[in-house]
Design a protein around this ligand. Sequence first.
Ligand SMILES: [Cu+2]
Length: 397
Amino acid sequence: MTALLTLTVLVLVAIAIWQMTKIFELSQLKTENTEVATDSDNKYNGYLLFAFLIFIYGITIFSFAKYTKMLLPEASSAHGGEYDQLMWVSFAIIFFVQTITQALLHYFGYKYRGEKGKKALFYADNDRLEFIWTIIPVIVLAGLILWGLYTWTNIMDVNDEDDPLIVELYAQQFNWTARYGGEDNVLGDASVRLIDINKANVLGLDESDLNAADDVIVKELHLPVGRKVNFMMRSQDVLHSAYMPHFRAQMNCVPGMITQFSFTPTITTEEIRLNPDVVDKVKRTNAIRAKRAAEGKPDSDPWEFDYVLLCNKICGKSHYNMQMKIIVETEEEYNKWMAEQATFKQTVMSDDTKQAFNTVDAASDSSEVETTPEDAIDEESTEGTMKDESADDDSEE
Ligand SMILES: [Cu+2]
């Protein structure tokens, strides 16, 4: 640090001396003004333009060769292909136009460099030229914008058609929680004001809402392949953003409101793990991890690809690690997993509320009452884990 400061001071002193000599030079009366560029100065700068052009083309080719493999694999959602196509066409147009215009800009800069007695050919105005270079961008940009709006409207059309699965994504510093609507696929009402850590009601579900009883709260998101999912996002504290890159999905989570996004997963976790791009990425990552293991460093266990939900808003010090695993599986696997999950009623609700629910259930369906002893057992076995999670939340704060 001291060395850096000393170096900075030395550089600043050098600049100060250089500026002072310049002022001294300028104050001297001279017949010839060295500030005016000569023919050789102009020629030199003309060649430098070519050097810069080679540099920008070179770095472009280098980046393509070295970093193309960092791109995401094929989209795993129904709308993803449309989204990718729009992005690639935009990229191609920008790339084509920039390659040509940069070459022309630098070439003309060189060709018409300052030279004594030479005057470049110029038009004061040319209506035809101006029309051409206005109308082409207008058509291309209008086309891109209209296509973009059409794609956007298609993707953002959140509706209840095709019996979508309803899932809530709940964001807080610094973790995600997911909630399913349960048997009735309807989410119970919730509010941050109803959060009760002592009862492990971490999402603030309204215990008096009948729809909340069968809600399932989890820390790992499971989605059945081929079924539309409607996400409802909430945030407890600050702005977060639910980002699921492999599904080309992102939506901000805003405190005080519910935001929505909808997509249909099309590729299961098992299938995407066989995708050549993913296989290659896993191989590269595990090569780095094997090296770390050999050096006795941490984080060196072999890695297996999984879909992730990430936070894409810088929401605090542990933002970088705010993520949740997503598993896309077959309908049967999903149903099996869901059957193993405890409902809100089993894990959290007070005995009084449960009593009320059982009375209601008994009136409509007498078989519900028989399950009560099982519920009580489940409550004991699962409550411990829920309490532990809330304890974790406390320690993170
Ligand atoms: Cu966040």
